[in-house]
Design a protein around this ligand. Structure first.
Ligand code: UDP
Ligand code: MN
Length: 524
């Protein structure tokens, strides 16, 4: 322990040394290096040349909001096992994660770091990694477990968790950087209540320059009915219960990679679903399960960990839609009748075999968990339920052209043009819309929006709930969709697949202005 303490104090004294990337600054390459980085980008899925240039123990600024800086924490806290699973990750990013954890966690709180190698297919994380780890951390603080068979991240984390012996489990991805005082708030909160599952606030590290983006706000997790994770602003009701912006924020869901949980509570709650493969869905599964079975989920604004957000993955998905199938398992086990909403988006999975999940159904019974409706009503009351209390939902179709309103698979995190595509007969998630009683034409949390005049593009933008640009009147007689304030109509004239839908002067004889709503519930 003395050795560890000395090492920790030495790490605290480390000053920025002017080398690339210190303090989380971005690193830019010369042309030759950048060409090399570009050619490696598809394999590594981030800029590995930049990563290799930056010190393994680079300095970072204090990433916490000011309100956190006056917080104090107990001196006696439970200790943690940090579990990091990795498959084909670049060694420099993996090791920077480990260095950041060891250097920024007081030694009495860090019981161990467990690296789980999920059948990586690159030699640099083989014996070379063993050698590095035993040279740099000769006291056995950092352990490596290897799996010959590909486990996927879910079973990989379970393997790490079973090997761990600390009081608290903290899971991290293999391309993170823990910042100053990251662990104290986590351990403090869990010591107050072992049924709270904790997420640090995840800051973004650029996949191109490895710049650490400070000053990221506080957000919470949501989900879409196609069972993808989304970030959302902190809801009003949650804001009201907090005295300081340093206080924890309750969140309906977690992103998945980075979280902490009391080790025995993790297993009491059923760990993870071992029937889930590779990647995807486990984050929503553990979120729903935690809330429904008596626990809760919180994000801590004062605990900040950077994560390299990548557009692709450096490993294979084994030719399976693992996100889809894993999500099917969670929908079947946890979502009761609301699983219908998943199948509206994934009708292709209705008859697909997602394996045996009877153990998980048993688990839910044994833990006496609440219903999914309870979860929606109490934990995520703002969640839009696309087929409840609406006038109509499903495809919005122009019979004359056979075109439907379609998101064209755009990333639904930001504003984009609303497109048209040939109607897929309910087989395409990107054609599912709802027409609400407040006259919104919605795609879950996004609303069809138009500003200006005829002939302008129509967009999908976050719903603001104040009508205006987002109010549409469906005329049952003429089947036109009229923009309420602009008195122009949605028109499919001259459009082909993947075009943006337009507004034109309303003309009730125009067949390209006639739209049918697939499932009408209550058009009054
Ligand atoms: N991972 C793994 N086995 C897999 C898939 C992922 O060990 O089959 C690891 C991966 O190396 C990473 C973590 O799980 O450390 C999370 O994966 P990733 O970062 O690709 O997910 P994302 O952050 O994109 O959701
Ligand atoms: Mn990741």
């Amino acid at each position: 322990m003395r050795y560890r303490r000395e090492r920790y104090y030495k790490a605290q004294l480390r000053q920025p040394n002017g080398k690339p990337g210190e303090l989380g600054e971005p690193v830019y390459l010369n042309e030759e290096e950048q060409t090399k980085a570009d050619s490696l980008f598809s394999k590594e899925t981030f800029n590995v040349i930049v990563s290799n240039k930056i010190a393994m123990d680079r300095t970072l600024r204090d990433a916490r909001p000011n309100e956190c800086k006056s917080q104090t924490y107990p001196t006696k806290l439970p200790n943690a096992s940090v579990v990091i699973v990795f498959c084909n990750e670049a060694p420099s990013a993996l090791l920077r994660t480990v260095h950041s954890v060891v250097n920024r966690s007081p030694p009495n709180y860090l019981h161990e770091v467990i690296l789980v190698d999920d059948a990586s297919e690159r030699p640099e994380v083989g014996p070379e990694l063993d050698e590095y780890v035993s040279r740099v951390w000769p006291d056995g603080l950092v352990k490596i477990i290897r799996s010959k068979e590909r486990l996927g991240l879910i079973r990989g984390k379970m393997k790490g968790a079973r090997a761990a012996t600390g009081d608290v489990l903290i899971f991290l991805d293999a391309h993170c950087e823990a910042t100053f005082m990251w662990i104290e708030p986590i351990l403090t909160r869990i010591s107050q209540d072992r049924t709270i599952v904790i997420c640090p606030m995840i800051d973004s590290i650029s996949d191109k320059t490895l710049q650490y983006f400070y000053g990221g706000g506080v957000a919470v997790g949501g989900f879409t009915w196609s069972l993808h994770f989304t970030w959302r602003g902190v809801p009003e009701r949650e804001m009201k219960t907090r005295k300081s912006s340093a206080d924890p924020v309750r969140s309906p869901t977690m992103a998945g990679g980075l979280f902490a949980v009391d080790r025995s509570y993790f297993f009491e709650l059923g760990g993870y679903d071992p029937g889930m493969d590779v990647w995807g869905g486990e984050n929503l599964e553990i979120s729903f399960r935690t809330w429904m079975c008596g626990g809760s989920l919180e994000f801590l604004p004062c605990s900040r960990v950077g994560h390299i957000f990548r557009a692709a993955h450096p490993y294979s998905f084994l030719q399976k839609d693992t996100h889809g199938l894993n999500s099917k398992r969670l929908a079947e086990v946890w979502m009761d009748d609301y699983k219908r909403l998943y199948y509206i988006h994934r009708s292709d999975l209705m008859d697909k075999d997602a394996g045996d999940y009877s153990d998980r159904v048993q688990l839910r019974k044994r833990l006496n968990c609440k219903s999914f409706k309870w979860y929606l009503d109490n934990v995520y009351p703002e969640k839009f339920i696309l087929d409840e209390g609406v006038r109509a939902y499903g495809m919005v179709q122009n019979p004359a052209t056979g075109l439907c309103l379609d998101t064209l698979g755009k990333d639904e995190k930001s504003q984009f043009n609303l497109g048209v595509f040939s109607c897929q007969g309910g087989k395409s998630s990107s054609e599912v819309f709802s027409y609400t009683k407040t006259n919104e034409l919605r795609r879950e949390d996004l609303c069809v929006d138009a500003i200006g005049r005829a002939d302008v593009s129509v967009t999908l933008t976050f719903c603001h709930g104040h009508k205006g640009n987002q109010e549409w009147i469906y005329d049952k007689a003429t089947k036109q969709i009229k923009h309420y304030t602009l008195t122009v109509c949605l028109d499919a004239r001259d459009l082909k697949n993947s075009d943006t839908v337009k507004l034109q002067q309303c003309d009730d004889s125009s067949i390209t202005q006639k739209w049918t709503l697939e499932k009408e519930l209550d058009m009054n």
